[in-house]
Design a protein around this ligand. Structure first.
Ligand code: NAD
Length: 276
């Protein structure tokens, strides 16, 4: 499968579909999932310090035999590492665990206070070519306005919980206006609730002879969103990338737009107590 790129604000191309490895903790599972994904045509991998699997991701990359410039590797700065000095140290530690000398994308994982100082450290790392693009995750309009008013470089990506039951319509439009690429985490709703059995999605899937997962991923792609579905099963890893040979009609996109429940499946980025 040939996965298209999306151009970030600084001109760096980012694959529109990659493999997420949240909750994949067993080294063997990490390595086999990445191996199968690369064989299926994936070139982008989304990890984070807090997933505790950067070492295994690094081993899988090293064993892949692929050229570094053909891969797109994302990691994230954890809340405990906020602040200027800790951000620099945490970035270096992630690089070391991944056995890399640069990252393609580094994100502030959550908007914990101290993100301005973290961002300033990331701007410097970006200026030193140690990161090809910098961004944020779980930043809402209030956090983005604050960050952009106090720092020099606007984030190139915002990675947010996004799926048909939590479509993020307001934030999506805001990101578009500011040329920040919307990346979806939990693009399949994290396997929670009844999303995979939704009758509207099921009917559209049947009409295209595709699975519900494929219809959901296609819907994201037609919204110009970057997706990082997670699976450790070879058949699903392949299925999730096989979404570039069909198109949802405007009417189908509208039908899916109408099933939004505005219901988050996970933490609220404005949960000040958790982020304190
Ligand atoms: P997801 O939406 O990708 O759902 C994964 C689950 O969906 C799997 O565990 C499986 O149960 C199911 N699934 C996968 N493929 C399927 C298929 N073809 N058919 C049926 N079921 C299928 O959820 P996720 O892993 O939480 O999110 C994706 C990635 O986003 C993560 O791995 C991680 O890299 C990233 N993430 C980031 C944050 C953040 O705060 N920035 C939070 C959560 C996840």
């Amino acid at each position: 499968v040939k996965i298209p790129n999306v151009l970030l604000a600084n001109g760096v191309p980012m694959p529109q579909l990659g493999l997420g490895v949240f909750k994949v903790e067993n080294d063997q599972n990490v390595k086999s999932a990445i191996k199968w994904a690369l064989e299926a045509g994936y070139r982008m991998i989304d990890t984070a310090m807090i997933y505790h699997n950067e070492e295994a991701v690094g081993e899988a990359i090293a064993e892949s035999g692929l050229a570094r410039e053909d891969l797109f590797i994302t990691s994230k700065l954890w809340n405990a590492d906020r602040g200027y000095d800790r951000t620099k140290a945490a970035f270096q530690a992630s690089l070391q665990r991944l056995q890399l000398d640069y990252l393609d994308l580094y994100l502030i994982h959550w908007p914990a206070s101290g993100y301005i100082e973290s961002w300033q450290a990331m701007e410097e790392l970006y200026g030193e070519n140690k990161i090809r693009a910098i961004g944020v995750s779980n930043f809402e309009i209030n956090h983005l306005n604050d960050l952009m008013s106090k720092t020099a470089i606007a984030p190139m990506v915002d990675q947010l919980e996004t799926h048909p039951y939590f479509q993020q319509k307001g934030l999506h439009d805001f990101l578009g206006q500011h040329n920040i690429v919307h990346e979806a985490w939990g693009p399949l709703g994290q396997g929670k609730g009844n999303l995979m059995a939704d009758p509207v999605l099921t009917q559209i899937a049947q009409a295209h002879d595709k699975s519900v997962a494929q219809v959901i991923l296609r819907w994201h792609i037609q919204r110009h969103i970057i997706v990082i579905p997670k699976s450790i099963h070879r058949d699903r890893i392949e299925e999730n990338a096989d979404v570039f040979d069909f198109n949802l009609t405007e009417a189908e996109m509208a039908q899916i737009a109408a099933i939004d429940k505005g219901a988050r499946g996970s933490r609220d980025p404005n949960d000040a107590e958790w982020l304190a």
